[in-house]
Ligand binder design. Structure first.
Ligand code: IPM
Ligand code: MG
Length: 349
């Protein structure tokens, strides 16, 4: 049996609880798919700040770089919240991993589950048929530009290179080729210079993909269209901060941010897989967090990094079945606990 190694970063808050269910489910089905997973757990985020004074140590970054995939829970919490620029922050661990591993493309699929149509704050007829993919640039823009603080001012810099825009756009167009052949590039080209470069380069990339339709949309308009006609979108390509904001907005189409998985990919097969939601410190340790976003992220890991797409399909199918049976965690109006969801998924498998 081929042995694959996965770096496990449970992180903070509800992270360890949701990750535990993903490990349980993967371990249960791995043998059926000829996989043996070697899990290596590491500290990252606030828990690493407590132990080492930094959110991501060089050792953990190196361990992740040497693994076949990285599965992450969540990072952050009030304990480490600070506005002091000299204090370490849990999020620095996540950003350090993304850039340190060169994971420039973040894939966030948004597909409302028919069983949850009525859990969305949007009316059923608006969300029916929605199946979109946010392809968010993840290692550039405002997140990684030069920043600073003076006594009475502060600044963040947004910088994009041609190379960064082109490689991200390529991911979007390739994804669209296997979907509904449409790319919506989101920018703020009426104001920002980086957006004008973005628009120009995405248009050039489109020329190499004549079968894919490209539309450009300003980010404010995109925010509106996402809730008024979400089913018209196929692939959305956008820069880091716009993608961060739009993907949380799009998550509500599925009824809960507790449902949204993500994959962060670079040039090779190594990927970082994490739920889109945060560490939810308000419910941490209570065993009530929804583990489905993490289970679906684990499915993406099986698909993109571990070469086991059938195993991924099985997890997706089990989630659909469990939801179809009417089981709901609290974020979706039910009262099911985290481990109970894992039990139901295992039973469905
Ligand atoms: C996300 C999160 C992160 C981000 C935070 C935790 C730094 O919101 O993955 O969307 O802004 O990228
Ligand atoms: Mg976010």
């Amino acid at each position: 049996m081929p042995e694959v190694s996965v770096a496990l970063l449970p992180g903070d808050g509800i992270g360890p609880e949701v990750v535990a269910e993903a490990v349980r489910v993967i371990d249960a089905i791995a043998p059926d798919h000829d996989l043996a997973i070697d899990w290596h757990e590491h500290l990252m985020g606030g828990i690493s700040i407590d132990a080492h004074g930094t959110a991501l140590t060089d050792e953990v970054l190196a361990a992740c770089a040497g693994a076949d995939a990285v599965l992450l829970g969540a990072v952050g919490g009030p304990k480490w919240d600070t506005t002091d620029p000299d204090k370490p922050r849990p999020e620095q661990g996540l950003l350090g991993l993304r850039s340190g591993l060169g994971l420039y493309a973040n894939l966030r699929p948004v597909r409302p589950w028919p069983a949850l149509y009525d859990a969305s704050p949007l009316r059923r007829e608006r969300i029916e048929g929605t199946d979109l993919l946010v392809v968010r640039e993840l290692t550039g823009g405002l997140y990684f530009g030069e920043r600073g603080r003076q006594p009475d001012s502060a600044f963040d810099t947004c910088l994009y290179t041609t190379k960064e825009v082109v490689r991200l756009a390529e991911v979007g167009f390739r994804a669209a080729a296997g979907r509904r052949q449409k790319v919506t590039s989101v920018d703020k080209a009426n104001v920002l210079e980086t957006s004008r470069l973005w628009r120009e380069k995405v248009t050039e990339v489109a020329a190499g993909h004549p079968d894919i339709a490209l539309e450009h949309m300003l980010v404010d308009n995109a925010a509106m269209q996402l809730v008024s006609r979400p089913s018209d979108f196929d692939v959305i390509v956008t820069e880091n901060l716009f993608g961060d904001i739009l993907s949380d907005e799009a998550a509500m189409i599925t009824g809960s941010i507790g449902m949204l998985p993500s994959a962060s990919l670079g040039p090779g097969t190594l990927g970082l897989y994490e739920p889109v939601h945060g560490s939810a410190p308000d419910i941490a340790g209570q065993g009530i967090a929804n583990p489905i976003a993490t289970l679906l992220s684990a499915a993406m890991m099986l698909r993109y990094s571990l070469g086991a797409p059938e195993a991924a399909d099985r997890i997706d199918g089990a989630v659909e079945k469990v939801l179809g049976q009417g089981h709901r965690t609290r974020d979706l109006g039910g009262d099911l606990g985290t481990a109970a969801v894992g039990d139901l998924i295992l039973a469905a498998l």
